[in-house]
Design a protein around this ligand. Sequence first.
Ligand code: ZN
Length: 329
Amino acid sequence: MFDPLLVGHSAVRERLLERVGAERLGGSLLFVGPDGVGKRRVAMELAQRELCFRRSACGQCQGCLMFKDPLPVELPNLLRIAPEGKAGLIRIGAIRGDDLVEGGVIQWAHRAPPPGCHRWILVEDAHRLNGASANMLLKTLEEPPAGTHFLLVTHRPEAMLHTIRSRCERIAFQPLGADEAWAVARRQGWEENSREPWTALAAGTLRYLEPEAFQRASDQLDAWITVSGGGSFSGACAPLLPAKDAESSQGEQVGQSLEILLLLLADVARCRDGKALRLKPWAAGIERLAGSGLALEKPQARIFEALRNLIRNPSPDALLREISLVLGA
Ligand SMILES: [Zn+2]
């Protein structure tokens, strides 16, 4: 989902705009930060300002109206490369062939930008570039044509090829403030009485704006509390496994499920240290786990490793089952 409204990140945005204005922005940038905080939106603002009749990304003019759902693949100064299919990969056909744009991405990058504009190439979920696609882009990322900027956006930099990462300047994004994120949720129709659980699970992201997405995350947290407390994996696992009809890839869904478990384990640690819980609405379950012998470090290490290798993991069921065993160990 694409929200044309831009929230937060004012310092990062100001710095980027200043550098564009002074022609001091690097040709290959890597936007890194949690999923769902608006990295892609900030990247698009750079292109939108150039097409805006008021040059301000006003959101009202004909130029700005091109930046709304469904987002086109190509605009006069912007090309979007996004993962496709169940595997959720960016395949070589999109980069080299005519799948995405006639002549391929590299040729597009070398065309002259429209007057008064740069050429922006946005690579969404850049950790989903497969090996061949990444290698094809390497040389161009190293030395992009004058006036062309690659904006690679990712929430899993650890899953990217080192050769790609090292060619880009890293721009770090932080989670939104709880109030900033909740203000967006309110605009989307969330009621004040949901504020505490919603902000706790969202943790400064806009991942759970859709009620179904929030419900799923909440069910996953309940399931992990059960499994961590020694409950049977088979009995509790339904919400943890990827949904077949979901828009996002299996790996991405398993990643979310594992990140919920990380939130839980972090709160168990907080509880043992006598610190305030982040997941307060689930305090009863967390306190019970804190009083049990649940080990934290070993499962956390295993989860981080799994997140690094998500793209290569063929069986969500086996992975989640294995992690539930580590929890019980
Ligand atoms: Zn405008």
